[in-house]
Design a protein around this ligand. Structure first.
Ligand code: 3PG
Length: 215
């Protein structure tokens, strides 16, 4: 696949909702009700991180059972993870950082990847691989709003999904930046609510979050 198509697919993930919920799923049976609750609340996109032994099953389940949701795989740290995510049916991948090996593997596989960056140099490495869409990670510790504003000057073609340390309260400020397409965060799917099966509660958080940034 050519790079422009991959960028369009990453854009589709970044513009599907104002947020990309970052989730850690400990029980693959949660994937379906969680994905559907987020979608009902107005957030039909999810990043299921490869941080548990259930993650790949959870991605497969979400893809099969919640077709209204765009399902991504997160915490991809090696070329092998790219293959696993793609084979599980993920529509896009997210990584905490950026290595030339990871970018090459994603490009070779024709897999849309949103890699993490925290510096201008990392952005330049991504640009050299044809990428213009990045996760800023960890967004707040790395410099947050001020860093994003500073990066807009030298990199006007770049769009970010800042993730890490962002809350519902701070999300609107990030989303007001012209170079921010969406923000990522774990607040949309609290672990305790998932374990309690409180899907209505998660739907409510998603809806309140969407309403807050719309207003
Ligand atoms: C993560 O590392 O889990 C994501 O970046 C989400 O970060 P957050 O919990 O600060 O939203």
């Amino acid at each position: 696949m050519i790079q422009a198509d991959l960028t369009a697919q990453v854009d589709a993930a970044m513009t599907r909702a104002p947020f990309i919920p970052v989730v850690v799923i400990k029980d693959a049976a949660h994937a379906r009700p969680l994905s559907k609750a987020l979608a009902r609340g107005g957030v039909p996109v999810i990043e299921i991180t490869l941080r548990t032994d259930q993650a790949l099953d959870a991605i497969r389940a979400a893809v099969a059972e919640a077709p209204e949701v765009l399902v991504g795989a997160g915490t991809l740290t090696s070329p092998k993870d790219i293959g696993l995510a793609q084979a599980a049916g993920a529509a896009f991948g997210v990584s905490p950082g950026l290595t030339p090996e990871l970018l090459q593997a994603a490009n070779d596989a024709g897999f849309p990847l949103l890699p993490g960056v925290a510096t201008a140099s990392e952005i330049m490495t991504g640009l050299a691989h044809g990428l213009t869409r990045f996760k800023l990670f960890p967004a707040v510790p790395a410099g947050g709003y001020e860093l994003l504003k500073s990066l807009a000057g030298p990199f006007p073609q770049v769009r970010f999904c800042p993730t890490g340390g962002i809350t519902l309260e701070t999300a609107p400020k990030f989303l007001s930046l012209q170079n921010v397409s969406c923000v990522g965060g774990s607040w949309l799917a609290p672990q305790a609510m998932m374990e309690a099966g409180d899907w209505d509660g998660i739907e409510r958080i998603a809806r309140e979050s969407v309403e807050k940034v719309a207003g």
